[in-house]
Ligand binder design. Structure first.
Ligand code: GLP
Length: 234
């Protein structure tokens, strides 16, 4: 496939590799950055926070947000982005779905945001079931922004951030697979042995909606940064 794989020793080195790609893209005038949440991009955001890079004329567009919690909620992705990046590195504009907004209008609004701000570089993590954004297995490759019912596997994986499993939102808004594939360049990161199966299927498996990340085999410019554990089944 077209996926360029970079194996690193750990997530700290992975963050540095991803940082270098972002820096190079900025030298080539990248304007719109598609950003991701989860633990995976944290080392990249640390590199960015501690860097000299200036994002004050750049635009950030986030992948997804839980439905039912607002930006003040500490587990919201809006809050995560403030803490991880935006407080330290202000952008000209930041966009993220509003988890408290009514469904139909919010989906339309976010699709307009994406049409008006074509993504130059998209950062991605990956779920243990190979979801990207919150596009769970079975999501159409043609999807744009949509409301997602989170799978039990995803709720299990994300409950560590909440007081109990019951507190984890059951739904989210997510950019669709087509929205992600429209990005000019994609940097996907995965660290740890619990991602090894998802990475193996993404790289070597058939391109199927049952493995959302497998669509990346069809993108022209994908860099995959994986530690040795996540790469162990390749
Ligand atoms: C979450 C997010 C994804 C993220 C994934 C993996 O559900 N919606 O964007 O890539 O799960 O999370 P982590 O990086 O913490 O393993």
């Amino acid at each position: 496939s077209n996926i360029k794989i970079e194996v690193v020793k750990d997530k700290v080195e992975g963050g540095k590799f991803a940082f270098d790609h972002i820096k190079k893209a900025m030298e080539k005038n990248a304007l719109v950055f598609g950003l991701a949440t989860g633990s995976t991009p944290e080392t990249l955001y640390k590199e960015l926070r501690e860097s000299e890079l200036d994002f004050s004329d750049k635009i950030a567009v986030n992948l997804d947000e839980y439905i039912g919690i607002g930006s003040e909620h500490p587990q919201s992705y809006a809050y995560f982005m403030q803490e991880q990046l935006f407080n330290e590195k202000p952008f000209k504009e930041t966009h993220i779905p509003d988890g408290l907004a009514p469904e139909e209008a919010e989906i339309e609004r976010y699709n307009t945001v994406l049409e008006n701000n074509p993504i130059d570089v998209q950062i991605l993590g990956i779920g243990t079931n190979a979801h990207i954004g919150f596009n769970e297995p079975g999501t159409s490759f043609d999807s744009t922004t949509h409301k997602v019912a989170l799978t039990d596997e995803t709720i299990e994986a994300n409950k560590r951030y909440f007081e109990s499993k019951d507190e984890v939102p059951k739904y989210a808004y997510s950019m669709g697979i087509a929205s992600i594939m429209a990005a000019k360049k994609i940097i996907i990161m995965a660290f740890g042995s619990n991602k090894a199966d998802a990475i193996e299927k993404t790289v070597n498996g058939p391109v199927t909606e049952e493995v959302p990340a497998s669509i990346l085999q069809k993108h022209q410019d994908v860099i995959m940064i994986v530690d040795e554990e996540a790469a162990s089944k390749l």
